[in-house]
Design a protein around this ligand. Structure first.
Ligand code: ZN
Length: 67
């Protein structure tokens, strides 16, 4: 099964999860490191974007980058 690499928007922890089926939402669950539930695909994140996310209040990150 194809895996997609994602990163926690709370602490930056990276993990690989099975890719979602077409039309289905990817459910990554919560981060085992910080308990946060917002993730973004690594491929979609650039360094400037990571910096902007880190500067953003945590409670507003998920609203923008929820999978
Ligand atoms: Zn985390």
């Amino acid at each position: 099964m194809e895996k997609v690499r994602i990163e926690c928007l709370g602490c930056g922890e990276a993990r690989a999860v099975p890719a979602a089926a077409p039309g289905k939402q990817l459910h990554a669950g919560e981060c085992h490191r910080c308990g946060y539930v917002g993730w973004a695909p690594s491929a979609a994140l650039t360094e400037p974007m990571r910096r902007r996310i880190r500067e953003r209040p945590v409670d507003r990150r998920a609203a923008i980058y929820v999978l």
